[in-house]
Design a protein around this ligand. Structure first.
Ligand code: HEC
Ligand code: HEC
Length: 418
């Protein structure tokens, strides 16, 4: 399971759905990428208003993550007017566009022409787009010639959330801050460092213990979804061990569903019913498998642990790698043992796309602790979203037939599952 794939999935696979929902059409083949859906359903940011938000600086913990084998089409093969990003997989295009927008603190229409609310990204009318193209070439070349091909320098390295980077040191210089926190000795008397197994065992115990987890057969969750771009929805997830799921996502405009019955995946939206396979299905299984955030050890081949801080709390940070070399950071509360955050960082030619999923408000449901608030932050404002559950039930009967692909009869607007 490639994190790259999953992360690149964020932007557009559901764009078809969301375009239906929000009515803004990007007149391109932008809907071709597969979709990672850590956010439940992905709704792109459609406001063309300029945005002046300072993205938080992030520590650079990632290093060259190997690219997954490129079986998919390249950007050059899929898009109309590509000059410098031709050779990269098409699933990376929109994540890179989001990353460039976030790095400069602008919206798509800073570089692209917008006509009647439609983006025309293939046109080269704006000088900003031409300059961005030169900047991409420059960034690729800096990394190639000065950093041995590692993606060390990104748009954000210079731009820091502004279209015009600051080149001159600001005066007065800040007072040197006292060294805080992370060095050896800073954490107090040296207790024996826990091992990865200690942390994971404590997590299982904190969740309710192995026996309660082994008894977990089904889960039904209802909640609300609110994205940073203002999009809201209600949703329901039905899951059955080990990996069946059925998600119903209801916005004021439409109902969308996705499911997997153990062998076949599908998607239903107002345009009809389609199969879901390959990367997209793998991504959904990762996000919605019943044990996705519970059985962690199985997902990684290498794990290391160290002490860290997260929002002022003492945490244990496990840096983990999958068999195909993708990295993930997992933050566990040092006191409660619960998982607080998972973070991935994925390389693209113009920089690293960070994504964080935070787990809050753990509640006990029949002996198993489950987070009732899940926050996802990405560089895509449409995928930066909070899921809040209003109701979670475990081990209740779930109709197995609901995981099967529904009949293909088209319908205007779907009904929520009873
Ligand atoms: C900082 C400038 C900049 C911003 C902001 C930007 N883009 Fe782009 N975009 C480009 C450049 C430059 C290219 C062409 C790259 C090349 O020639 O290799 C491009 C190409 C594209 C293409 C391919 C067009 C084609 O068919 O040839 C799409 C689609 C696209 N952008 C969508 C978006 C979206 C959606 C956003 C907002 C999330 C966005 N872009 C934000 C600079 C930008
Ligand atoms: C090494 C530092 C550096 C990097 C890396 C960098 N830029 Fe820039 N960029 C600048 C500077 C400096 C300017 C201002 C140049 C000027 O005023 O003529 C600028 C200007 C721009 C402008 C024009 C802004 C405007 O207001 O018209 C765009 C668009 C842009 N950069 C896009 C990008 C993109 C996209 C990336 C990543 C692919 C990137 N830059 C990476 C330094 C950088």
């Amino acid at each position: 399971m490639s994190i790259t794939r999953r992360l690149f999935a964020i932007c557009i696979g559901l764009a078809l759905l969301s375009l239906v929902v929000v009515g803004l059409e990007i007149r391109t083949t932008a809907a071709s990428a597969s979709n990672r859906v850590v956010p439940l359903f992905v709704l792109p940011d459609t406001s063309l208003k300029p945005r002046n938000r300072e993205p938080a600086a992030r520590r650079s913990w990632h290093r060259s993550i190997p690219q997954s084998p490129q079986t998919e089409k390249t950007i050059g093969e899929v898009r109309k007017n590509i000059q410098v990003l031709k050779e990269f997989p098409d699933s990376q295009l929109i994540p890179m566009m989001n990353l460039m927008s976030a790095s400069l603190g602008v919206k798509c229409d800073f570089c692209h022409v917008a006509k009647d609310g439609h983006l025309e990204p293939a046109l080269d009318d704006k000088p900003e787009k031409k300059q961005a193209r030169e900047m991409i070439t420059m960034t690729l070349s800096i990394n190639k010639t000065s950093f041995n091909g590692r993606n060390e320098v990104s748009c954000f390295t210079c731009h820091r959330g502004r279209n015009q980077p600051v080149a001159v040191v600001a005066l007065p210089l800040p007072e040197p801050a006292p060294r805080s926190g992370r060095g050896p000795g800073a954490a107090g008397p040296t207790a024996p460092a826990p091992t990865v197994d200690d942390i994971l065992n404590k997590y299982v115990a904190a969740l309710g213990g192995q026996a309660a987890i082994d008894k977990l057969k089904t889960r039904v969750m209802k909640g609300t979804y609110a994205a940073a771009n203002g999009m809201t929805a209600t949703f329901q997830v039905d899951q059955s061990a080990p990996d069946k799921f059925h998600i119903t996502f209801i916005t004021p405009q439409a109902t969308m569903e996705r499911g997997f019955n153990g062998s076949a995946g599908w998607e239903k939206n107002p345009r009809g019913v389609t199969d879901m396979a390959g990367n997209q299905l793998a991504d959904m299984k990762h996000s919605f498998a019943l044990f996705g955030d519970i059985k962690l050890k199985e997902q990684f081949t290498r794990m290391n642990v160290r002490k860290d801080k997260l929002d002022g709390r003492d945490v244990y940070l496990i840096v983990a790698a999958t068999a195909d070399g993708q990295r993930e950071r997992l933050f566990f509360d040092a006191e409660t043992g619960l998982l607080l955050r998972r973070a991935t960082a994925v390389q693209t030619p113009v920089g690293v796309v960070p994504q964080e999923t935070s787990y809050e408000d753990y509640r006990d449901i029949d002996g198993v602790k489950i987070p009732f608030t899940i926050r996802v932050s990405t560089t895509d404002p449409g995928s930066t979203a909070t899921r809040k559950y209003s109701e979670i039930k475990i081990n209740v009967p779930v109709d197995d037939a609901s995981f099967n692909k529904p009949a293909a009869a088209p319908r205007a607007v779907g009904q929520p599952k009873p």
